[in-house]
Design a protein around this ligand. Structure first.
Ligand code: C2E
Ligand code: MG
Ligand code: MG
Ligand code: MG
Length: 281
């Protein structure tokens, strides 16, 4: 009996060690490979459209980063963006994303995309990098993209944590025509009254509010009142994570809402978004 218990303890112990060992090894591999990922051409972008719910016209396209590691395979941005932020690699990565995405936008315009906006996720860590106020517009000029076409997505907590320089940087962006969107709205601690002090023109309601909008009357009421308030502040509302027809219908009722989600399109590779746009436009 004792032998058996000892045996289990040992094997369990061994599994534990190898589990944590593997996790640790994965973290090390990520830390080691990420700074080389751009150079090794392991990063790429996928693109997800945003549509006016009333008429299905394309309002914009969000660029989402992907990393295909040679050994680990696909690593989620939820896993590697925090690592990039901690190590300040997020700066180069973001400039790379803007560079690549604006090149694509130029191509889509040739297909007749017109005035649709390009949405880029902008890490809160970058709200301390004042030189981006010049670096970002420089990329737009180089790739012949008007600054009115670019939207930088920030999160609520991100701005609050970097309030003074952050606000300054956002105002500078706004002055040159770059728009700011509040991403994942509702998941942080800020409120609409707070948002009115920020140079924001688009509000993206987090998908956790959209998820059960067709089952939970309270969620539907919350979203409706966010939409109303946002509108009265002159903000464009985007509903994230629309997955069903029913959710789409409810949100369309609210009027002048833009939608994004698997129901319309999953994030697509540059090749596939071109095909999608050809059918759409
Ligand atoms: P996010 O900016 O809020 O992006 C939306 C996420 O929801 C994306 O996940 C997208 O694929 C997913 N999504 C879209 N529609 C639906 C839907 O209908 N249902 C569900 N369940 N999910 C949907 P993804 O691509 O894994 O990105 C996760 C997060 O990683 C992003 O959240 C963003 O915060 C961050 N991220 C992605 N790319 C970048 C980047 O280039 N820079 C920075 N700083 N962060 C990025
Ligand atoms: Mg986003
Ligand atoms: Mg979001
Ligand atoms: Mg999110």
């Amino acid at each position: 009996k004792v032998d058996k218990a000892l045996y289990y303890a040992k094997t369990n112990g061994k599994n534990q060690v190898s589990f944590y060992g593997e996790m640790h090894e994965r973290a090390l591999t990520i830390e080691e490979s990420l700074p080389k990922a751009i150079r090794n051409e392991e990063l790429y972008l996928v693109f997800q459209p945003l549509l006016h719910l009333e008429n299905n016209v394309v309002y914009g396209i969000e660029a989402l980063l992907r990393w295909k590691h040679p050994v680990l395979g696909e690593v989620s941005p939820l896993e590697f963006i925090p690592v990039a932020e901690r190590n300040h690699w997020i700066y180069d990565i973001t400039l790379w994303v803007i560079q690549e995405a604006t090149k694509q936008l130029y191509k889509w315009d040739q297909l007749g995309l017109r005035n649709a906006k390009l949405f880029i996720n902008f890490s809160p860590y970058l709200l301390r990098q004042t030189d981006l106020v010049e670096a970002v517009p420089a990329i737009l000029t180089k790739n012949q993209v008007s600054s009115q076409r670019l939207v930088l997505e920030i999160t609520e907590t991100g701005v609050i944590e970097n309030l003074s320089t952050g606000l300054n940087i956002l105002q500078k962006f706004q002055e040159v025509g770059i728009q700011i969107a509040m991403d994942d709205f509702g998941t942080g601690f800020s409120s609409l009254s707070y948002i009115r002090h920020l140079p924001i023109s688009i509000l993206k309601i987090d998908r956790s509010f959209i998820k059960e909008i067709d089952q939970q009357p309270k969620d539907s009421m919350i979203v409706e009142s966010i939409v109303e308030l946002a509108k009265s502040l002159g903000l464009q509302v985007v509903a994230e994570g629309i997955e069903t027809e029913k959710q789409e219908c409810i949100l369309t009722e609210f009027g002048d809402v833009v939608g994004q989600g698997y129901h319309f399109s999953r994030p697509l590779t540059s090749e596939h978004i071109e095909e999608w746009l050809k059918h759409k436009i």
